[in-house]
Write a protein that binds this ligand. Sequence first.
Ligand SMILES: O=P(O)(O)O[C@H]1O[C@H](CO)[C@@H](O)[C@H]1O
Ligand SMILES: [Mn+2]
Ligand SMILES: [Mn+2]
Length: 412
Amino acid sequence: MARAFLFVLDSFGIGGAPDAARFGDEGADTFGHIAAAAAGGEADRPGLRAGPLELPNMMALGLGEAALLSTGSWPAGMARPAPTGVFAAAQEVSSGKDTPSGHWEIAGVPVPFDWGYFPETMPTFPPDLVDAIIREARLPGILGDCHASGTEIIARLGEEHIRTGKPICYTSADSVFQIAAHEVHFGLERLYDLCRIVRRLVDPLNIGRVIARPFVGESAADFVRTANRKDYAVPPAEPTLLDRAVAAGRRVIAVGKIGDIFAHQGVTEVRKAPDNMAMFDAALGAIADAGEGDLVFANFVDFDSSFGHRRDVAGYAAALEAFDRRLPEALARLKPGDILLLTADHGCDPTWRGTEHTRERVPVLAIGPGLPAGSAGVRETFADIGEAVAAHLGLPPGPHGRSFLADRVDHA
Ligand SMILES: O=P(O)(O)O[C@H]1O[C@H](CO)[C@@H](O)[C@H]1O
Ligand SMILES: [Mn+2]
Ligand SMILES: [Mn+2]
């Protein structure tokens, strides 16, 4: 029985990217800075959490060792257990630090080209694009047309949106065209229809994703985004690990936003859930359902969208601790031949300036019955993760990386 379970903790970087300076991110370290803040008593929130970061299960798999490989420093305030898993630190060769680039590279397909981006001007979108959107979607106009944080812009423009019926359109340092609209006043299906129109119109601009950002509430004080977010991504440029699995007749069960990120290519089944804990339940269900040769690919987005971009250190720490507490449930379900991998797609350091992702290395932790414990070193591409999964599942190798399990693992 060979099955693979690949869990992405969205934005859980471990610093140390050699090309961080190119992004203005030199020194960014999501894990290291959360640990340091927690050890210094700066990640306490009454009723939520307090004190040093407690991640006993991921640390036992080698999370601290992966961080040490990446930055040369041990995460502050955290114990150093003997690792029971294979650990590595992986760096990204893709030119962007966005979610699709990170996930596609994990799945064996780096993104060497530059995405299209919108400038930090106001307005940010080309006027002829906005005109086409208004005309084709029969809109009274649009609001926003700028770079923004998604929670801040609905607080600022949500009431005007309800009053005028104009959707709120914004972007970020990522290659995204985001549209926030009220689920009831504007309509959820209407928002999705609008996103499909915009997807087609921004294709020539090489924009990675159009994202529907529905929200509810009646005033700036209580607007809140819902779990009905939907990403309209361009498909990966080459066949990914997922396509190879499907071509071999395997099931690929996508948990969370994985299906959307891969434009539903190479996905046989989608299971969505509103938050990290519900996604963990869904991932456990997928593990229970997976058969010989199947792949479960899960994304846990709250780390990024609810805490990293919001620069909420205590919230990020609490979310990591909640995830870590659930990990034994997944480990208990591993049968002979199974492998569980934990990794991330980029960083989003909640102590960093601004609200954007940060260029970082990511942790790679692998465990399964019979797998040796020890270091697989620093990996030059995230593709080494997908190639490890491919090798484990007996799928043909891809052209961009090599399994980190193929190298001699230095026993720690
Ligand atoms: O501020 P919000 O709307 O969460 O946007 C964030 O989410 C987008 C998609 O991951 C990123 O581009 C980032 O800007
Ligand atoms: Mn991401
Ligand atoms: Mn993000």
